[in-house]
Design a protein around this ligand. Structure first.
Ligand code: KG4
Ligand code: ZN
Length: 354
């Protein structure tokens, strides 16, 4: 943990963009408490998140999660100096529950409200684990909903989006391949586990947007839909021939293709921009092949790789409290109490607009 000043403001972070109700308390770079409730098991039988179910679950979980976070941090609501909440991107109903609750809290406590960007939170949270950021760094944010490469000088005030996925996010592609292989939802972790027993060179799957003509226009963008189609064709080929699908080999070759592209493009950006630190965040950074390949290739290239523990990579309140803390430290103006949610909030926006 980084050095902490007792005088830094106490920031309450609220995350409800998807199916996790996350509430955390942060002072400076110190995480005092981080509590998460999830409705994931309620969605599993539908094979995907049901927005109304997620919204209702946030409503039910909010009070107990807040009480538990305050208790674990050893503070009361009256000690909170600022409230930060995810304004977007995310599911409309889920975001609305969190933003509504955050407004009520800020109003009742008489403290400023900051509606912040979820994706930037996935990068900001690493400061709670690995300490203050260097003068410039790259953030690779990969999850079920986003795959973006960012050049960061200050997470609150100076973030440039280098590229993002043009179609599926990395986790989304894993979930779709999981479905093709008949694995339970969400497929990502299951495909990862299966891949560890397979041959990564069994199938030569495409590396999206990596040919020189694509690199000219999309050096830092990703595309996983062609890869997913290639996997589907291979599976169909075995099924049509009445043969058993070599699921572990398919999973391993697919995982290799995704990790290879993510790491290669990140390394290319680091070398081109002269940046020597890469932070990887988002739920997909739990992927074992991505972790191993990033450590191996980037470390070899003299680049420091920072990946927080998995509980800070999946959606959580600490990421929003960390970004709130950075926004407060940068002295940005608080959000108005009439801010709305923005399900497609762009990365260029750290704070919600009214
Ligand atoms: O950040 P996150 O919790 O939620 C979103 O904001 O999307 O990311 C969850 C995504 C899901 O698509 C899940 O299948 C994927 O990350 N995922 C994985 C692994 N663990 C989670 N994908 C591949 N390998 C894993 N080990
Ligand atoms: Zn997320």
């Amino acid at each position: 943990m980084a050095a902490v000043t007792d005088s830094a403001p106490l920031v309450l972070g609220i995350e409800t963009s998807c199916d996790e109700t996350g509430i955390a308390l942060v002072r400076g770079h110190e995480l005092l408490a981080d509590v998460t409730a999830t409705s994931m098991s309620e969605h599993a039988r539908f094979g995907g998140i049901v927005p109304e179910v997620a919204s209702r679950a946030h409503l039910e979980a909010f009070g107990p999660t807040l009480d538990e976070a305050l208790r674990r941090a050893g503070v009361t609501a009256g000690d909170v100096d600022a409230v930060a909440v995810t304004s977007g991107p995310g599911l409309v109903g889920s975001l609305t529950v969190g933003v509504g609750a955050a407004k009520s809290l800020a109003l009742a406590l008489g403290v400023p409200l900051y509606g912040v960007n979820h994706i930037l939170g996935h990068a900001a949270v690493d400061a709670l684990v690995d300490g203050p950021f260097p003068a410039q760094w790259l953030a690779l944010v990969v999850s079920g909903g986003h795959s973006s490469l960012l050049h960061v000088r200050d997470i609150a005030t100076d973030v440039v989006e280098l590229g993002q996925t043009l179609d599926d996010a990395a986790g989304e592609a894993f979930d779709k391949v999981g479905r093709l292989l008949g694995l339970p939802y969400p497929g990502g972790p299951h495909v990862d586990k299966l891949a560890q027993t397979g041959d990564a060179e069994a199938f030569a799957f495409p590396r999206g947007l990596s040919r020189s003509k694509d690199m000219a226009a999309h050096a830092y963008d990703f595309s996983f839909s062609g890869l997913k189609t290639a996997v589907a064709r291979v599976i169909e080929g075995f099924e049509d021939a009445g043969q058993e699908v070599p699921a572990a080999d398919v999973a391993a070759s697919f995982s290799e293709a995704v990790a290879d592209v993510l790491v290669a493009k990140t390394q290319h950006a680091a070398t081109t921009l002269g940046v020597d630190t890469v932070v990887i965040g988002g739920g997909f950074s739990a992927n074992s092949r991505l972790r191993a390949l990033a450590q191996e290739r980037l470390t070899d290239a003299g680049i420091t790789v920072r990946i927080p523990p998995i509980r800070y990579c999946t959606d959580n309140g600490a990421m929003i409290a960390a970004l709130g803390s950075a926004v407060v430290a940068a002295d940005l103006p608080a959000s108005e109490l009439d801010i709305t949610i923005d399900s497609g909030m762009p990365l260029t926006q750290v704070l919600a607009q009214a």
